[in-house]
Every structure is written in C-alpha cells, then in structure tokens.
Ligand binder design. Sequence first.
Ligand code: UD2
Length: 327
Amino acid sequence: MNDAVLVTGGAGFIGSHTVAALRAAGRRVVVLDDFSTGRRENLSEWAGDPQVAVVEGDVRGAVEPALAGLGPFAAVVHLAAQTSVVRSLAAPIDDLDVNLRATTRLLLWAAAAGARRFVFASSAAVYGEPRRVPVAESEPTAPLSPYGAAKRAAELYLGCLGPLHGVQTVCLRLFNVYGPRQDPASPYSGVVATFLARARRGEPLTIFGDGSQTRDLIYVGDVARAIHLAVETDLVSRTGDVPGDMSGGPPEPAGLNIGTGRELAIVDLAAAAQRACGAEGAGVRFAPARAGEIARSAALTQAAAASLGFRAEVELDEGLRRTAAWL
Ligand code: UD2
C-alpha cells in the first residue's frame, strides 16, 4: 500500500482533486507537473505531507532522472495534457507531441518502473458527433479535432503496449468536467467556469448558437473518485474482460465513459449558473455558433458502473454552488 501513485498534471484542475482522492484513501502520491497551467497553490493542502512529493518536470522530457528514487510505483495516473480542442486545431503537432507521444513514452517508463496500472484521461472528444445520445463505448469513434484523434490514438497505443508490458491500462473518456480550480480566466476554460465568473459579476452570459446544444457536465470531485476507483479496481478479474467491452466478444481496447448520463442544454445551464449566483436578471446574449461544435453529448454510464462501481453523485445545482463558492 506504500507504493506510490504517480499523478502527471497533479497540480492542475483535475489533478489536484485526484491527489485529494488518493490521499484520502491513504495512498502515497508523487506529482509530476511542469506548472505551465498547474499551480503550486492547488497543492498547498499537502505542503507538509511526507506522503506527497512534488516534482517539476515535463512529460515530453526524460522523466527517469526526475522520478529516480521516488518509487516504487504501483500505478500511474496520466493527466498532463494539451487540453484544448481549439488549440489542437491551430497547433496539431504540439498536441500530438504531448497527447500521443508523451503518453506512449510514459507508458513505457511505467512498465520499466514496475507499475501495474496506467490510468489515462481520454475524452468524449473521441466520439466526435455521436450517432446516438447517450453514447455507448461500443459506438464508432470519429473525432473531429486533432485533440480527439490523439486521445483515441493514445487509447489504441496503450491497448497494444499495455498487455505486451504487463501494465493494465484504463482509459477514462471524460465528458465535460467542471468545478473548483478550473481557471475562469483562460480562453480555453470550460463553459461552467466562464458562466459562473460572469454571473458573479452580474454580467450577461454569452451563448454560442441557439443554446440547444447539449453536454454532460460532471463535477470534478466525481471524476477524481472515478480515477481513484480505476487505480484500485482489478478490472480484468471483475469483468472477465478489458474495460469498455461489455459484449463478451474478443477483448478490444476501449475507454470507459465518465459522465453523469444527464444531457443538459446550454440555455438551461445558463439559467442554472445565474440561479447559483443570484444573477437571474443579468440576461443572456446570443453569438454565432463556434466552428466544429458538436450538437449533442451525453454518456451512457453502465460500463463504468459495472466495471468500476462508479456513479456520479454530485447534482448540478450542488456542483455549481460549490464552484461559485470557490470563485
Ligand atoms: C469539451 C472539452 C474538451 C473536449 C470536448 C469533447 C472543456 C473546457 N473542453 O469541449 O476538452 O473534451 O468537450 O467534446 O471541458 N459555450 C457557450 N458560451 C460560453 C462558453 C461555451 O455557449 O461562454 C458553449 C459552447 O459553445 C459549447 C458548450 O458551451 O456548446 C460547452 O463548451 P466548452 O468549451 O465548455 O466545452 P466543449 O464541449 O466545447
């Protein structure tokens, strides 16, 4: 139990909540972060904790020397990433270097370091515009961005290399994650952070398109719990198969959807965000739809429930209240 869990991107938004979930369960944690978007203050809670080590480093570089002496490692949670769909369209090679090449190299490092499990933050972006909503893991993947394509390619690389090297890989297809520590100032931030920050200032919210587009919004604390379950759960023995393949057919590397299953229209989110801030009167403005926007998104959640025992618990209004309180 004293073997460490390496969390790349551990000083970031999802990463710091993951550190909290792992520490609450008594796990020793090593954070690797380049602090490009991660913040030391996100980890201030564990400043004096001997069970948490923080290493500054880039997953694209040589991680071996940076992590020497900090093992043994039981598992790796790989969250360090280029996280923006928009940026991936403008700079696809940078996205590829981080989201595919560094992920593959880290898997090889994990195998050499003796880690038995590798949990990877994939994305709902692997589906592109889903044929059916809520979308099942068995649906075809048809990413619309280099970001989604690299996440899908990384799933496939992990699916090939994990078994070869004796590392169990778990790809979590995260839907729209929101919560405290998601930077509202970033142009790449999520809609919830943007809406709450504006509502707090009493400013009108901007809705791109007519607001009928839908998303599955999941609270970051729930995502951190799913990641912790993925670290601790022996998926092969529980399901008799690899994650995502619930058909009983031949093993196929796939991801597990991590969402709530609830499909929410952006206009309804705008109203809920304003309610959470007591800014009902501030109004909304409509702007042209974003290019490459998907119309509908929500997760079918049965696979994560069956293989991890995971269900999202935090209701939207409660999650918005907690996020607004942090801002
Ligand atoms: C999210 C993820 C992305 C990827 C993708 C998969 C974030 C920040 N991005 O992109 O990483 O996984 O899902 O499909 O979580 N909107 C407004 N007004 C605003 C801001 C946003 O109307 O001020 C709309 C936007 O047009 C979109 C929705 O809100 O319809 C969600 O936007 P987003 O940027 O939070 O996330 P998304 O789904 O584009």
